[in-house]
Design a protein around this ligand. Structure first.
Ligand code: ADP
Length: 496
C-alpha cells in the first residue's frame, strides 16, 4: 500500500480517526534524514506534551530534537529508524531515556520510555513508513530506582555493622549474598566463591552436628540460627553467627531462606578466655579447699571428746560451709567445660534410687532445716554419668531448700513414666516462679529479679548446668510452678 497516495485517509476519514485514537503512536515516513511525521495519535501528543499542528508534516527530529548529550546511545530514534529501514525488521527498545519539556514549567523532565518500531512496506519490499509506538514507563523505572536505592542503603548499613546478607533457594540451587560475606570467610570482597567451597571451610564437626541439624529444624520451625566454626584460607579459626527465616509458598512448602551472617570470633575468644580463667581459678581453689576440709575433719576427730558444745557445732558448721564451697567450685569447673567436646560423659549403669538417697543424705548433712521426703519404688537402672546426674539431683534439692521456708517439706520422687523413661521430681512449698520466668531460669546466669529473694545468694548457673547435663543425656528437663505456692522441678532419662 502506498500510504502517501491515500492522503485522504491519512488526513481525514476512518484511518485518521482510528490512528488518532490509538495508544501512543506516531507514523513517520522512511525519508531519512527527515523522517517526516505523517500521523500522530492523541495519546502520543499527550505523553510528549506536544501539539498536533507543531509536529504534523514536520521532521520527527524537529518535533522531538535529538538528545545531543547522549550521542553514543544505540537506542536514539535516528539509529533505530535507520536500522528498521536497513533490515526491514521490527525493533523493540525495552527502556530508553528521553526527557520532555514540561508544558507548564518549561523545564526538562526526566522520562523513560519503552517503544516498538514497526516497518511498513510500500508497493515493493522497501520500507515506506515506520510505525513508532511508545509507552511512558517513567513511574516503573523510578519505583525500581527507589527500591534499588533503599536496598543499597540497607546493604551499606548492614556492612557498616559487619553483617552480610544472604538468601538461598530451597532446594539449594541458588545462593546470593552481599560482598561482606567474602570478608567474613577470609576472601577478597570481589572473589567469586561457590556455595560448596564456602561449605568446605566449615569445621567438619560443626557441619554435621550444628549446620545440617539447624537447617532441618529451620524447615519445620521457620527460624534458622546457629553459631559455627570456620577455617579461613590462611587456616586460622573463626566463629560465625547465622540467623535467618524460611519463606513458604501457598502450599506451605519452604522455597527460600534469607538472613544475615556475622563474624563473632572476638566475642568467642573473650568467652573462651573467660571460661579458661574460671576453669583455672576454680582448679586452683580446689586444692586448698580439699586440704581445709581434711584438716577440719581431723580436728573433728581429735576434739570429739571436747566438753565445750560450741567446738562441735562450730566444726560441723565449718564442714558444711566448706562442702558448699566445694560444690560451687565444681559447678564453676563444669561451666567452663561446656564448650563443644569439653564436657565428657562417663556413662555407667546404676540405680537412680540409690543415687537420690545419697544426694538426700548429703543435703541433710549440709542443711537440716527441711523435711526431705522420699519413698523409693523398685530398681530403676539408667545408663548415665552418675556424678553429673547426682549434681542435677543435688541442685534441685538445694534450690528447693533455698527457695522455701524453714520447716517445710521437700518431696522427691522417681517414677517410671511413658516411653520407658524414669522421671525424677523435686517439689517444694516455697516462693514459686512466675510463668514468664519458667523458660528463662535455665539460661546461664539468669536469676529471677524479685525483691522477695534478693537476700538469697546464687549465681544462676545451677539450672543452666542441670539443663546442659540432661540435654547431653538426650533427656528432658522442665518446671511446673505457681508463684507463692511452690515449684516442682523434673527431669527424665531413658531406662536401660
Ligand atoms: P541460683 O539458685 O544460684 O540463682 P539456679 O540456676 O539454680 O541459680 O536457679 C536460677 C533461678 O531460678 C534462681 O535464681 C531462682 O530465681 C529460680 N529458682 C530455682 N529453683 C527454684 C525453686 N525451687 N523455687 C523458686 N525459684 C527457683
Amino acid at each position: 500500500m502506498d500510504i502517501d497516495s491515500t492522503k485522504d485517509d491519512l488526513t481525514g476519514g476512518l484511518f485518521k480517526i482510528l490512528f488518532e485514537k490509538s495508544p501512543g503512536s506516531v507514523l513517520v515516513k522512511a525519508d531519512a534524514p527527515l523522517f517526516t511525521i505523517v500521523a500522530v495519535s492523541d495519546d502520543y501528543l499527550m505523553v510528549t506534551s506536544a501539539k498536533r499542528e507543531d509536529v504534523i508534516r514536520k521532521s520527527f527530529f524537529d518535533a522531538f530534537p535529538e538528545d545531543k548529550d547522549n550521542p553514543a546511545d544505540e537506542y536514539t530514534a535516528r539509529k533505530v529508524f535507520t536500522k528498521v529501514i536497513q533490515t526491514g525488521e521490527k525493533i523493540d527498545v525495552a527502556v530508553y531515556r528521553y526527557d520532555i519539556l514540561n508544558s507548564l514549567t518549561h523545564q526538562p523532565e526526566e522520562r523513560y520510555w519503552s517503544c516498538s518500531n514497526i516497518p511498513i512496506p510500500g508497493g515493493g519490499k522497501k520500507v515506506e513508513y515506520i510505525l513508532n509506538t511508545v509507552v511512558d514507563i517513567s513511574g516503573e523505572v523510578k519505583a525500581k530506582e527507589v527500591a534499588i536505592e533503599s536496598e543499597n542503603r540497607l546493604l551499606l548499613a548492614a556492612e557498616a555493622t559487619g553483617l552480610a546478607i544472604w538468601d538461598l533457594s530451597i532446594p539449594q540451587t541458588d545462593f546470593n549474598f552481599s560482598p561482606q560475606l567474602m570478608a567474613i570467610f577470609g576472601h577478597a570482597p570481589d572473589s567469586s566463591i561457590s556455595l560448596s567451597s564456602i561449605r568446605n571451610q566449615v569445621h567438619p564437626d560443626d557441619m554435621q552436628n550444628i549446620i545440617i541439624k539447624s537447617y532441618h529444624e529451620a524447615l519445620v520451625t521457620g527460624n534458622y540460627a546457629y553459631e559455627a566454626r570456620i577455617f579461613w584460607p590462611d587456616e586460622s579459626l573463626h566463629w560465625i553467627r547465622v540467623k535467618g527465616v524460611v519463606l513458604y509458598n501457598d502450599k506451605q512448602e519452604p522455597y527460600r531462606m534469607l538472613g544475615t551472617i556475622v563474624d563473632v570470633t572476638e566475642n568467642k575468644r573473650d568467652e573462651i578466655r573467660k571460661n579458661d580463667f574460671i576453669a583455672m581459678a576454680s582448679h586452683e581453689l580446689k586444692t586448698p579447699l580439699t586440704s581445709l576440709k581434711a584438716y577440719i575433719q581431723l580436728l573433728e576427730t581429735k576434739l570429739s571428746g571436747a566438753s565445750d558444745p560450741f567446738i562441735k557445732t562450730a566444726l560441723s558448721k565449718s564442714i558444711n560451709q566448706v562442702n558448699k564451697m566445694i560444690a560451687l567450685v565444681h559447678s564453676f569447673l563444669d561451666l567452663s567445660r561446656l564448650e563443644p567436646g569439653k564436657l565428657q560423659l562417663k556413662r555407667s549403669v546404676f540405680d537412680i534410687n540409690k543415687l537420690i538417697e545419697e544426694c538426700i543424705n548429703d543435703s541433710r548433712m549440709i542443711s537440716g532445716t527441711h523435711t526431705l521426703a522420699f519413698s523409693p519404688i523398685g530398681v530403676c537402672n539408667v545408663n548415665a554419668d552418675r556424678e553429673k546426674i547426682g549434681e542435677v539431683v543435688s541442685n534441685f534439692i538445694s534450690n528447693a531448700i533455698k527457695y522455701s521456708p524453714k520447716g517445710s517439706t521437700v518431696t522427691i520422687k522417681a517414677e517410671v513414666a511413658d516411653h520407658n523413661c524414669v522421671e525424677v521430681s523435686v517439689t517444694d512449698e516455697g516462693i514459686g516462679i512466675k510463668p514468664k520466668d519458667h523458660e528463662k531460669i535455665f539460661q546461664r546466669f539468669y536469676r529471677v529479679d524479685d525483691n522477695d529473694k534478693n537476700h538469697i545468694s546464687g549465681f544462676g548457673i545451677g539450672l543452666y548446668l542441670s539443663n546442659e547435663i540432661i540435654q547431653r543425656h538426650k533427656g528432658k528437663i522442665w518446671v511446673k510452678s505457681t508463684a507463692g505456692k511452690g515449684s516442682s522441678f523434673f527431669f527424665s532419662l531413658p531406662l536401660v
